[in-house]
Design a protein around this ligand. Structure first.
Ligand SMILES: Nc1ncnc2c1ncn2[C@@H]1O[C@H](COP(=O)(O)OP(=O)(O)OP(=O)(O)O)[C@@H](O)[C@H]1O
Ligand SMILES: [Mg+2]
Ligand SMILES: [Zn+2]
Length: 258
């Protein structure tokens, strides 16, 4: 054991410290347990480097436009209360961030995931497209079982962050796979925190104007990409949080730097 992991003077390294209350002895979680555990769990969550620092504290809800300010403020409030109250007093066991590219969906989803980890829940970040790709190649690769393991983790982990849901061409296989993933979590009462830029009327998105225009990703409905069954369960499990109409932060930042 190296010096950094010197045995704790309170608990002797067991992670439980003895306490006496009103003459009765018992044990409590020792601080040292949490101190080591949370950074470990955060590191194991597979959060991409670009988002490792994403938090509620560094999420800016003060854009120039008062309408988008209200949108973002609402998104942050819902996200924070979910992160605080889970698994109690939340009607739905999940969040679906839905909106245009660059509006902070992944940032907020990661902020929620990190809070939940701080509260002791184990969580994993998965990029939707990458997860499906790994699963698909697992069928003909020699390293198949290792690749399939990722999918198993997505099924069974305590908290799942599924980023960029539906960012994939549609096929029966994709539809079946995402449906079984969502159904499995739904049946086991395990939460999903998802992000998507696909449209859905349930999240307040207006119908598409006729004729083609605008951003390609916003031209599709969620149902078209993940199928009706997966979409229906997703909305039953998740509270939708819309950032539609908020200005792209990547573009805003670019302008501020000019
Ligand atoms: N309100 C904000 N305050 C601070 N940083 C922000 C805010 N919104 C977005 N960002 C930052 O801008 C970048 C883009 O945001 P993010 O990736 O969360 O957008 P997104 O909605 O998930 O986009 P996409 O649909 O393309 O995945 C990230 O680096 C994020 O940390
Ligand atoms: Mg994103
Ligand atoms: Zn200790």
């Amino acid at each position: 054991m190296d010096e950094l992991e010197a045995v704790c003077e309170w608990c002797g390294g067991s992670g439980w410290k003895p306490v006496t209350r009103e003459g009765i002895g018992g044990v409590l979680r020792c601080d040292c347990y949490n101190n080591g555990r949370i950074p470990r769990m955060t590191a194991a969550a597979n959060i991409p480097p670009l988002y490792r620092n994403a938090s509620f504290e560094n999420f800016n809800t003060l854009p120039e436009n008062p309408v988008t300010h209200r949108h973002l403020q609402h998104a942050v409030t819902v996200a924070m209360s979910f992160a605080r109250e889970y698994p109690f007093s939340t009607k739905r066991q999940g969040l679906l961030f839905i909106g245009d590219p660059g509006t902070g969906k992944t940032h907020l989803a990661v902020a929620v995931l990190k809070r939940l980890i701080q509260r002791g829940f184990a969580g994993l970040f998965f990029d939707y497209q990458n997860l499906l790709e790994r699963l698909r190649t697992s069928y003909d690769a020699a390293a198949g079982s290792a690749l399939r393991e990722a999918y198993q983790q997505a099924l069974d982990c305590e908290v799942l962050l599924l980023d960029d849901l539906g960012a994939h061409r549609v096929s029966d296989w994709v539809e079946d796979t995402v449906t079984s993933l969502i159904t499995h979590r739904y049946n086991n009462n395990k939460p999903i925190i998802a992000t998507t830029n696909l449209r859905d009327p349930e999240a307040g998105d207006p119908p598409l104007p006729s004729g083609i225009g605008g951003d390609a990703s916003a031209r599709y409905y969620l149902t078209e990409r993940i199928g009706m069954r997966a979409r229906s369960r997703l909305f039953e499990m998740c509270r939708a949080v819309s950032t539609r109409g908020v200005e792209d932060y990547r573009i805003r930042k670019g302008r501020m730097l000019q």
